[in-house]
Design a protein around this ligand. Sequence first.
Ligand code: CU
Length: 135
Amino acid sequence: MFPLNKKAAAAAVYSIYMDKLIVGIAGALGIVAVHWFFFMKKTKETIANGPSIDIRVEGGYSPESITIPVGKTTILNFTRTDPTSCLEEVVLSDFRIRRQLPLNQKVPIAITPQKTGEFTYSCGMNMYHGKIMVR
Ligand SMILES: [Cu+2]
């Protein structure tokens, strides 16, 4: 009798885990689908002269926070080395920029902030964040 109950309990626990796993997989597929939906056309960038900052995209953005001068053009060189589809697009909403980041390619994004403050940017799904401090 006892071994049978133990077996039943184990089966119940297993089924709960399976439910969670299925929900997890469904959620992940949903995220991928949304990313595909928002896939946008590549645009050519006009590169302005001025200082640049390299930002590596790998499990997030590094450096996560950068400081750039107000009223001057700074080029942010994004290089994505992370194959996660989540990071394949970067959105600098304050600067009205949305750009694809092909794997292992340097993508220069020039910005010229007109006011000081803290600005955030993110991946296309708003899950990973980076910060731009304008001084
Ligand atoms: Cu994302």
